[in-house]
Design a protein around this ligand. Structure first.
Ligand SMILES: [Zn+2]
Length: 95
């Protein structure tokens, strides 16, 4: 069973550079607050709760959901990128 962190990293590599850059800025600014952090489920509040992101694993692939306009249509938006980066950063530390 694959983990959110590993699949999220793959998604980040596929998004448009501008979205990736924006997500990187959000993450670097500490705008991501991980709410739930488990191998199969990650939820986060991004940018002072402006956006709520959920990652889940369904059928071995990553489902992402964000409350912003782009995220609601299923796009891997900047908030998702920021959450993915925060997630992969957390992974080397085993819990
Ligand atoms: Zn979003």
């Amino acid at each position: 069973m694959r983990r959110v962190a590993e699949l999220a990293e793959t998604q980040v590599a596929q998004v448009a550079p501008a979205v990736r850059a924006r997500g990187g800025e959000l993450e670097a600014a500490g705008a991501v607050q991980l709410v739930r952090f488990a191998p199969q489920v990650v939820t986060a509040e991004v940018d002072d709760c402006a956006a709520h992101v959920e990652f889940t694993i369904v059928d071995d692939s990553l489902r992402c959901y964000c409350t912003c306009a782009a995220g609601r249509t299923g796009d891997f938006c900047a908030h998702c990128v920021a959450t993915a980066l925060a997630t992969t950063r957390r992974v080397p530390v085993p819990k």
